[in-house]
Design a protein around this ligand. Structure first.
Ligand code: ATP
Ligand code: GLN
Length: 178
């Protein structure tokens, strides 16, 4: 699958220091299959599991210094080409909601695009129903244990700041070998 990135220039409005990247993704998709037996042939929809798992997303994010992620099992109704939704009329009914997973990641503004691109990289199958990402401005982050606010509360051990320091340390070590 070719690597794709979120297109165009992002419109961060209203401007905030932190944003919540909220991704609603399907774990399953329906594929149209063609079956044949001696007496008849048929097309049918088969439910398949997408070739990625939540731990793959979280470990990819972990590698780039993301330490805080919230995951929930949700149910959603969209324009996905899934069997039930294809048959959907104008009314929303309970059984037309499909199982989805919601990832919520609050990051500082300069991390937003990297997080979005990573989610696309790991979860995109190119099939209808891959999902959507919403970007929500967050006005503040407060750490309950300490009462810290803003950047101090958003920053996490092993996160972006620590990774940067580690890179500088590594470069320093390489330099001292010369
Ligand atoms: P501490 O007091 O050391 O900060 P804590 O247990 O109170 O630890 P965390 O574990 O950092 O706090 O966060 C609590 C929960 O909040 C996490 O399990 C996660 O679901 C959610 N969370 C934390 N940070 C983020 C974030 N940046 N984006 C999304 N969810 C987050
Ligand atoms: N931006 C934080 C850091 O780099 C991490 C935020 C997050 O993990 N969601 O420390």
């Amino acid at each position: 699958l070719p690597i794709i990135k979120a297109q165009g220039s992002p419109d961060y409005f209203p401007d905030a220091n932190f944003y919540k990247v909220e991704a609603i993704l399907s774990l399953k998709f329906h594929s149209l299959t063609f079956g044949m037996s001696n007496s008849f042939c048929c097309f049918c929809f088969q439910q398949q599991t997408r070739p990625w798992r939540i731990p793959q997303v979280s470990s990819a994010l972990l590698k780039m210094g993301i330490r805080g992620v919230t995951v929930s099992d949700v149910r959603g109704f969209g324009a996905q080409g899934g069997l039930t939704e294809r048959q959907a009329g104008s009314e929303f009914s309970e059984d037309k909601f499909l199982a989805k997973v919601k990832l919520e990641i609050v990051v500082s503004k300069e991390q937003v695009e990297a997080v979005i691109d990573k989610i696309i990289e790991v979860t995109r199958t190119g099939e209808i129903g891959d999902g959507k990402i919403f970007l929500v401005p967050v006005s503040d982050v407060i750490r309950v244990r300490t009462g810290e606010r803003g950047e101090k509360a958003e920053r996490m051990a092993g996160g972006r700041a620590d990774i940067k320091t580690k890179c500088f340390e590594d470069e320093g070590e390489e330099g001292s070998d010369d």
